[in-house]
Design a protein around this ligand. Structure first.
Ligand SMILES: [Zn+2]
Ligand SMILES: [Zn+2]
Length: 295
């Protein structure tokens, strides 16, 4: 197992790596207790003196097994293994069967409800995308969580406490935020990303609830952010996410008032944001504008 210096790893985090469904085994260090496997999606491995927490599973059990191997190498001797998921989508949650049976799976009850309602349907959709995804998701059997919580759970890793937080709906209804207290590191899922257009999944949160979640995150005073589909950054990513969503929402609400159609507003706001956020790879916010119109 190689460990890469963070700057090198981030420089070497091109789009292809972000989309490769096979996770690698080379962790990069994010903060004192937090490692990341950068890929589809980025995975956090949080290590303490008594226990290890893995956040997200990768797409299917083969990726889950890869992560369990990496976690074992990074873990203290005889450490307990915990697993949690940022949300129920397959690249985040469909690989739990690859972890050892003694792994303690924990998530919030709303996320589990979404899994029960829409998990199978999404697995079918993802499997139909291409042959590789189909193979990775063949015969996925999802485990029943060992622990369900409502708003917050704390995991004691020995020399580090991790807070699992449900602050409200954003990308999905059951989005979980993982805050590693001593490092002030946030594993942010899709809720705080780096120069990446936000996306509300069908049956997810609303623009208003997403902004409310960001206000609660701001109160955590985060130092490091590890998003799931973009490069890590510092606490300014939280402010940036809020500014971007506020900009979309303010403009979309104004255009709606003027009677502009949602489709036209989507095009117009995307163009305006391209000028303002010129260093973002893409500012197509048509779907998010539709979510604002639906509020
Ligand atoms: Zn997702
Ligand atoms: Zn994802």
């Amino acid at each position: 197992m190689r460990t890469l210096p963070i700057l090198l790893a981030l420089a070497a985090f091109p789009l292809a790596a972000q989309q490769n469904p096979l996770l690698g085994e080379d962790p990069v260090k994010i903060s004192d207790h937090v490692w990341a496997i950068m890929g589809f999606p980025n995975i956090a491995i949080v290590t303490g003196t008594r226990a290890t927490l893995v956040v997200d599973t990768g797409l299917g059990p083969r990726n889950g097994a890869t992560l369990a191997r990496v976690a074992a190498k990074l873990s203290a001797p005889n450490a307990k293994l915990y697993l949690t998921t940022t949300h129920f989508h397959p690249e985040h949650a469909a690989g739990d069967a690859g972890f050892p049976p003694t792994t303690i799976l924990i998530r919030n009850d709303l996320q589990q409800r979404e899994m029960d309602l829409h998990g199978a349907e999404l697995l079918a959709t993802f499997s139909s995308r291409n042959a590789q995804w189909k193979e990775l998701l063949a015969d996925v059997k999802l485990r029943t969580p060992d622990v369900l919580y409502t708003d917050e759970a704390k995991i004691d890793l020995g020399n580090a406490t991790v807070r699992l937080l449900w602050f409200g709906g954003a990308h999905t209804k059951g989005d979980e935020l993982i805050f590693i207290e001593p490092d002030r590191t946030l594993v942010s899922g899709d809720v705080v990303q780096n120069k990446t257009v936000p996306n509300i999944a069908s049956d997810g949160g609303t623009p208003a609830s997403w902004l409310a979640v960001l206000d609660k995150i701001a109160a955590l005073n985060v130092f490091h952010v590890l998003p799931d589909h973009s490069a890590p950054g510092d606490g300014s990513l939280v402010t940036q996410e809020k500014a971007f969503i506020t900009d979309i929402r303010t403009r979309a609400q104004a255009l709606k008032k003027q009677g502009v159609s949602a489709d036209d507003a989507g095009k117009q706001v995307s163009t305006e944001l391209k000028a303002k956020y010129s260093d973002w790879p893409n500012t197509n916010v048509a779907n998010f504008v539709k979510s604002v119109y639906a509020e």
